[in-house]
Design a protein around this ligand. Structure first.
Ligand code: HEM
Length: 618
């Protein structure tokens, strides 16, 4: 028998179907010249991770959009088999990060991604495991092996999944060109998850006075306006009590809990900014107040991402070395008009690694820190209405900075690994999808990325020992017949963390490549002194002071006390964990490596005082 996800009632969607998605140009950025790049020409698509040659054979696979074969001409191992072999299932709290960190990370991912692919198999093609799926070329059902550790005991032998929707399959771009996944978000970090990607949408969301966005007050809490009908994207709302769903320019703002929370907080923050600016500048027009508040809001997101969150995940010293962050806090101008403002296909892809640090239980606390209750986090996706009842929003907010994230330890939470869509799919393992989707994006094997990142050619499994621990290498040898067959995601899953941080080195490499591309290609980048309406030096210094805890005190619900660094656990664990990395503390690094970490921290300190140039590390 196969799993049947067709048993759910038909649902109405407001999301445009791919046919209607047709080649829209994003014009929410301050000028069209900047925004027109959202539509890529085939040549531009080829820029993806510039430097990695796509071998011809791979390229033709890519064109057909089918997974490559292994080195011996056979099929690659089943994605679910790789996932259940490579990763353990379980829950362990992290000592460093809070849930707020993963909420924020998924929010920043939402700024550049789209929900179309998920909607495709959940709503439009729920039948890929049924006979009907056989005749639909978009279906790529994932086989569950007979000896699956979980489903050997169930009847489920198939997981519903569809191919990525591309600009080519949507008819936007000639389908003889390289397939490129569509995105309804803008490719720049510009809070398009809050402001949307289309001018007319954001115009609808503006109040028209004081630079404000429309808002509603409900039981003393401020929300974005609600949708007018119940036929909306909040598919898991449980009426009659749960009816709230936000009529925001980006539908993604109602999706995964973390996105939902931060979209609300940034919505409120916009209005807080606009009100403050209006008080200080009574003569300013609605337009000027709106644009300035938006600019500050975007700068706030970027400051939190680059300077508060990523330095802990990726290692501050590494980001300084690679010029992702500035050492002195002043202006910096890395703009290069020759660099194309786009996202590589790999950037959102590798972000999926973060699913491993997603905690499945959503714990709620009162303002005194007393534990109250919990729900599976996967049950509150597409369910904005849940936040607006029983003071849940207050309790979830409190929980966000009290509860640990999932530990970064080669483990996937049981809910994330079995039922990522809560009640919307019979069974869905997002980690299996993460691996499988890489094949349908046509990515080269993992070793090519190692070459790109380290310059080293990998000829055998043993060439990976400096980056993958011996026991994990054993797993890879069991799974793949040849080192050249390893999937990108499988390699990333099993790497040891980067020195001074928590993320795998290949993840680090792809993320940093993207961030530099974003900083250099965005002429509205907030740290630039030479852009239209640039911040003054003093204004930039104020932006530098933002913190996620400050944001929550300003716009969160009933946040009166919070640790200074809300992405990190309160107390010594969060503080020391972040400084020395728990990886070092729990023995994953040898004494030699630990002293290297200490050395790195010393270098970072002297660098931030501007005294000594950074040497190349690791
Ligand atoms: C409750 C937590 C989360 C849920 C329920 C969730 C769910 C999902 C689902 C269902 C998909 C689509 C999988 C597919 O069809 O291939 C997805 C993709 C993705 N997720 Fe998560 N996720 C969560 C947390 C996170 C976090 C913390 C991040 C952090 C970066 C993240 C980043 C991504 C990215 C970048 C994608 C790909 C999106 C795209 O390609 O357009 N997710 N997630």
């Amino acid at each position: 028998m196969t799993s049947t996800d067709g048993g759910f009632p038909p649902v109405e969607m407001t999301l445009p179907r791919p046919q209607e998605f047709h080649c829209k140009i994003n014009i929410s950025s301050p000028d069209l010249e900047f925004a027109k790049f959202q539509l890529k020409t085939p040549e531009q698509v080829l820029i993806t991770l510039k430097g990695i040659p796509r071998p011809n054979d791979l390229r033709s696979e890519f064109l057909r959009f089918n997974p490559r074969l292994d080195s011996y001409g056979g099929p690659l191992p089943l994605a679910r088999h790789i996932r259940t072999t490579a990763l353990a299932t379980g829950t362990r709290p992290d000592l460093t990060f809070t849930q707020l960190a993963t909420h924020f990370f998924v929010f920043t991912a939402g700024d550049i991604t789209t929900v179309h692919d998920s909607v495709d198999y959940v709503v439009w093609r729920p039948y890929c495991c049924l006979p009907k799926g056989k005749s639909d070329p978009m279906c790529i059902p994932q086989k569950i092996p007979e000896d699956d550790p979980v489903h050997r005991f169930s009847h489920i032998r198939c997981q519903n999944l569809t191919r990525p929707i591309t600009y080519q399959s949507s008819g936007c771009v000639n389908n003889k060109t390289l397939p490129d996944k569509i995105s309804s978000s803008t490719p720049t970090f510009d809070l398009s998850i809050v402001y949307g990607a289309e001018l007319k949408e954001i115009e609808k969301a503006r109040l028209g006075t004081g630079g404000l966005l429309k808002y509603e007050v409900d039981e003393g809490r401020i929300y974005p306006p609600r949708t007018k009908t119940l036929a909306n994207v909040c598919l898991l709302n449980q009426p009659p009590r749960e009816t709230r769903c936000h009529d925001t320019p980006a539908v993604g703002a109602n999706s995964i809990l973390g996105i939902n929370l931060f979209a609300m907080w940034f919505w409120r923050n916009h209005n807080r900014m606009a009100l403050t600016l209006a008080e200080l500048n009574p003569c300013w027009t609605d337009e000027k107040l709106y644009q300035t508040a938006r600019d500050i809001n975007i700068a706030t997101e970027l400051q939190l991402y680059l300077y508060e969150f990523l330095p802990v995940l990726l290692g501050k010293v590494n980001l300084l070395r690679d010029s992702v962050i500035s050492a002195d806090g002043g202006f910096r101008d890395m703009y290069d008009s020759k660099i194309f403002p786009t996202q590589t296909s790999e950037y959102p892809y590798v972000l999926r690694w973060v699913h491993l640090m997603q905690e499945g239980r959503l714990k709620m606390y009162d303002t005194e820190g007393n534990y109250l209750k919990q729900v599976p986090i996967v049950n509150v996706t597409l369910r904005t209405g849940f936040l607006a009842i029983d003071d849940n929003l207050d309790y979830i907010t409190q929980g966000s900075f009290r509860q640990a994230s999932g530990k970064i330890d080669y483990t996937v939470d049981p809910d994330v690994g079995e039922r990522i869509f809560g009640g919307l799919q019979h069974m869905s393992d997002v980690a299996t999808n993460d691996l499988a989707k890489g094949r349908y994006f046509g990515f080269p094997p993992y070793v090519k990325y190692r070459k790109f990142c380290s310059g080293k050619t990998i000829n055998s499994f043993d060439d990976l020992t400096d980056i993958i621990a011996a026991d994990k290498l054993e797993l890879l040898k069991d799974l793949y017949r040849n080192v050249n067959d390893i999937d990108l995601m499988a390699g990333i899953w099993l790497e040891q963390p980067v020195f001074g941080g928590f993320a795998p080195p290949t993840f680090y490499c792809v993320v940093v490549e993207q961030l530099l591309r974003s900083i250099k290609s965005d002429r509205h980048w907030y740290e630039r002194p030479n852009r239209p309406h640039a911040f003054t030096k003093e204004q930039l210094q104020e932006i530098r002071k933002v913190s996620v805890s400050r944001l929550l005190c300003d716009v969160g619900d009933k946040v009166t006390r919070i640790q200074p660094r809300g992405f990190l656990r309160a107390g010594p664990a969060g503080y020391w964990g972040a400084r020395q990395t728990t990886a070092a503390l729990d023995g994953r690094h040898s004494t030699a490596r630990r002293s290297r970490l200490d050395e790195m921290h010393k270098i970072a300190k002297s660098e931030s005082r501007g005294k000594k140039p950074l040497s190349k590390i690791g």
